[in-house]
Design a protein around this ligand. Structure first.
Ligand code: FES
Length: 178
């Protein structure tokens, strides 16, 4: 996805938020319901949306940001097409979950909580996903992958890359047949 597409998309998101703000009172206790509305509708809180909410409630943007970071239900980056969650619950942590997270970070060139520039992948750490016997665990596209190892990280990402290249080749051949 290009930067232009990203900014067009963000403009549409901001217009949507602006049109809905007036249904909330301007009291500061509406801050969390407003943030929840944005998170539910758009799956993250864009930086400009945080400023917009701060203006609307007449409070400092850093206060909005402070409240949003306190609750881990809020994200600050758009979700990737393929969301990756690495479990760092106790069983996964002691089985090397942090090494798995670090491997994803290194291979994708992003930190936990971020999204790749092409919006293909987002990466986050999560608490126990309930499959401790399979530790360390990663959830990719909502599919649980147990007994993760650095080679499995590489294999998973390679699989996505091969699939993407296949789709691009098919698209190019469709275009050339027009
Ligand atoms: S701690 Fe990771 S699945 Fe339970």
């Amino acid at each position: 996805m290009t930067k232009q597409n990203n900014s067009d998309e963000e403009r549409i998101i901001l217009e949507d938020i602006e049109s809905r703000l007036s249904s909330f009172g301007k009291d500061r206790w509406n801050l969390i319901p407003i943030l929840q509305m944005i998170q539910t509708r758009h799956h993250y809180l864009p930086a400009d949306a945080i400023r917009m909410v701060a203006n609307y409630l007449d409070i400092a943007a850093c206060e909005v940001y402070g409240v949003a970071t306190f609750y881990n239900q809020f994200r600050f980056n758009p979700p990737g097409k393929h969301p990756i969650q690495v479990c760092l619950g106790t069983a996964c942590h002691v089985s090397g979950g942090d090494i798995i997270l670090e491997n994803f970070e290194r291979k994708l060139g992003i930190r936990e909580g971020e999204t790749t520039e092409d919006r293909e992948f987002s990466l986050e750490r999560v608490a126990c996903v309930g499959c401790c016997a399979l530790a360390p665990v990663a959830v990719v596209d909502k599919i649980v992958h147990g007994r993760m190892a650095p080679s499995k990280v590489e294999g998973l990402l390679l699989g996505f890359q091969i699939e993407k290249e296949k789709q691009e080749r098919a698209k190019r051949s469709d275009e050339s047949n027009l």
